[in-house]
Design a protein around this ligand. Structure first.
Ligand SMILES: *[C@@H]1O[C@H](CO)[C@@H](O)[C@H](O)[C@H]1NC(C)=O
Ligand SMILES: *[C@@H]1O[C@H](CO)[C@@H](O)[C@H](O)[C@H]1NC(C)=O
Ligand SMILES: *[C@@H]1O[C@H](CO)[C@@H](O)[C@H](O)[C@H]1NC(C)=O
Ligand SMILES: *[C@@H]1O[C@H](CO)[C@@H](O)[C@H](O)[C@H]1NC(C)=O
Length: 270
């Protein structure tokens, strides 16, 4: 199907069918194309034991990144299928070990799925989504995103709020952060502190390129075609960084970021 045809058919497809793409496609495409299978779902948030079997604490590379929060496993709490990440102010504990080495001013939480996302001939389509309640005050930087295991790029940000009610859905196809390698869809979300859903549907185009379709609350927001994604495993990370890109100074009291119903699905071609 041509891209134009595809893009045209998508909003219609979504408006007549509220089912997740994974389920809908199962019935609308011949079995030979490949069957959808669940890699990760909300049962991983049902208990601490279930969580620990499917998720690791912190970032894949450790506790620090490019904001002023240092991650600790104790900042994650599970209750009733909801994962709550709390960021609490701290001081006097030194600087982040990651560029740009900001002074650590918060303890917060991060986790990453043990299963990686890998787009290739065997698994040509993926769906990654979550429901979230996000803080939007200056200095809060909640995210739900994919980033390369062995290289950067690839990166796909499915949920990223930087101190406002605007969600940033970014695709980075590298080799740097310049605009030529960055595609962004901005969506203003009303009441982002209430539950909303954030989703990416990734389809393999050829041996290097993918199309990443982004959604908020089931509404299609756009598609990014990007090289550097095929055959490159990615981590799925849920975290709340602080300050950095989301502005400073950040809040002087605890802020929370809640997620539920995480999902990773893929088609198996053979
Ligand atoms: C997972 O999702 C199913 C279907 O929506 C729901 O019935 C169930 O309560 C959810 N479980 C958790 C732990 O959220
Ligand atoms: C921490 O970062 C601040 C602000 O960038 C800088 O002035 C300071 O020298 C850094 N401290 C250390 C120990 O690296
Ligand atoms: C993949 O498709 C892109 C267009 O999206 C094209 O520019 C590129 O040359 C193709 N690569 C291969 C290896 O076919
Ligand atoms: C911080 O890292 C994230 C993930 O790689 C990236 O999207 C973002 O642009 C970086 N921001 C800054 C200010 O370095």
């Amino acid at each position: 199907m041509s891209l134009a045809l595809f893009a045209l058919s998508l909003p219609i497809f979504l408006s007549c069918n509220e089912e997740p793409i994974s389920k809908a496609k199962k019935t609308s495409q011949p079995a030979a194309v490949g069957a959808w299978e669940t890699v990760l779902d909300n049962t991983s948030f049902a208990s601490t034991a279930a969580f620990q079997s499917k998720w690791n604490y912190l970032y894949p590379w450790g506790a620090d990144h490019n904001g002023s929060a240092r991650m600790q496993s104790s900042k994650l709490a599970l209750s009733g299928g909801v994962l709550t990440i709390s960021a609490t102010p701290t001081s006097g504990v030194g600087n982040s070990t990651q560029n740009p080495f900001l002074p650590i001013r918060y303890y917060s939480g991060a986790c990453h799925a043990k299963s990686q996302v890998l787009i290739n001939d065997q698994f040509p389509e993926w769906e990654v989504r979550v429901e979230a309640q996000v803080p939007t005050v200056r200095g809060t930087w909640p995210a739900f995103w994919l980033t390369g295991v062995n290289s950067w790029p690839p990166e796909s940000d499915i949920l990223e709020f930087k101190g406002s009610s605007v969600n940033w859905q970014n695709t980075f196809d590298g080799p740097d952060w310049t605009s030529v390698n960055t595609q962004t869809i901005l969506t203003t979300v009303s009441s982002p502190g209430s539950w909303h859903s954030y989703r990416a549907w990734i389809t393999k185009v050829n041996s290097t390129d993918v199309d990443i379709h982004y959604y908020v609350d089931g509404a299609w927001k756009g598609v990014h075609r990007a090289p550097n994604f095929v055959g490159k495993p990615m981590w799925l990370i849920i975290n709340m960084q602080m300050e950095g890109s989301s502005g400073s100074p950040g809040p002087t009291s605890t802020r929370t970021y809640k997620t539920r119903n995480p999902y990773i699905g893929r088609t198996r071609a053979w």
